[in-house]
Design a protein around this ligand. Structure first.
Ligand code: NAD
Length: 293
């Protein structure tokens, strides 16, 4: 049994902390929202009134927050008086620069650290089937592995600090671009008189196949579980896709990488969000291509 402090018990953090409790760990949680604290408490997480209360005696501290600035603020509080050998793990999706800053802060304080963003959404968090993309030392990775296994199914050690976040935004840039490509093709097919099922049957078994068609088809029918069959209820919200595409563009700028399709995808998802679609599934962007844009 490990004594874990879990900071950030929202849509993802709450069910992840609950799975650590189910695996037999002692989890003390802290969140600024009383509402999510209450839900976590019902799942067996011990509530802390303040951050320092959650940290007392913690061998491992996990953060699951929205953005880089929040992670740096919370980590700077954590490293003020860390217990000996504390391992800090950030599972949020944040910019690579902030992730590297967080690792440097932890190292200076004598703590081990990992960046470990996830994919799999709220469903994966609840079912403990998340994929973890992990950056940091072998020693830290080995120590955290049993916890990742309690919360996820696929765990990849990507390399040094920051490479987990790098893998996450590269993957999601591919996803944003491929979904737009699939949506464009289905709308072109509609205008050419091709049925959705016929295009699916061809493309899902030919060189056009990809996750955006085969598992998440943006039209109702061919893949019954895709959000297109459920009024585009997320799934993966458009605003989160935009966030990850913007992170990919910031990262591209900082290292001089050329990502013209990533940039175009970020612009198109920004337009999609501006039209009031941020809370809908990202595959609803197909509707934008049915109009002249
Ligand atoms: P969320 O907003 O539901 O949860 C974040 C929680 O952090 C909130 O409950 C908030 O009150 C808390 N918080 C903020 N500042 C705090 C502080 N200083 N101290 C304590 N608590 C604080 O967000 P989420 O959907 O759980 O996402 C978390 C991260 O996971 C994000 O980076 C997101 O991009 C990533 N992610 C989300 C999904 C998804 O489907 N929701 C999927 C993969 C990755």
């Amino acid at each position: 049994m490990t004594r874990i402090a879990f900071i950030g018990l929202g849509h993802m953090g709450g069910p992840m902390a609950a799975n650590l409790v189910k695996a037999g760990h002692e989890v003390v949680g802290f969140d600024l929202s009383h509402e999510v604290m209450k839900t976590a408490e019902e799942a067996g997480v011990k509530p802390a009134n303040v951050l320092t209360e959650a940290l007392a005696g913690a061998e491992i501290v996990i953060t699951m927050l929205r953005k880089g600035s929040q992670v740096l603020t919370v980590w700077s509080d954590i490293i003020r008086s860390p217990a000996k050998d504390t391992l800090l793990i950030d599972c949020s999706t944040i910019d690579v620069d902030s992730a590297r800053k967080a690792h440097a802060m932890a190292k200076q304080a004598g703590c081990l650290s990992l960046d470990a963003p996830v994919s799999g959404g709220t469903g994966g968090a609840a079912a403990a089937t998340l994929t973890f993309m992990v950056g940091g030392s072998e020693e830290s990775f080995a120590r955290a592995s049993p916890l990742f296994q309690a919360m996820g199914k696929k765990i990849v050690h990507c390399g040094d600090g920051g490479t987990g976040q790098a893998a996450k935004i590269c993957n999601n840039m591919i996803l944003g671009i491929s979904m737009i490509g699939v949506c464009e093709a289905f709308v072109l097919g509609e205008k050419l008189g091709l049925s959705h099922q016929a295009l699916f049957d061809v493309a899902s078994t030919s060189s056009g196949q990809c996750w955006s068609i085969n598992s998440y088809c943006p039209v109702p029918g061919p893949v019954p579980a895709s959000p297109a069959n459920n009024s585009f209820k997320p799934g993966f919200a458009g605003e989160l896709m935009l966030k990850d595409l913007n992170l990919s563009q910031e990262a591209g700028l900082s290292v001089g990488a050329t990502t013209p399709l990533g940039a175009a995808a970020a612009q198109l998802f920004a337009m999609f969000e501006k039209q009031g679609n941020g809370a809908r599934d990202f595959s609803a962007i197909i509707e934008m291509f049915r109009e002249r844009i």
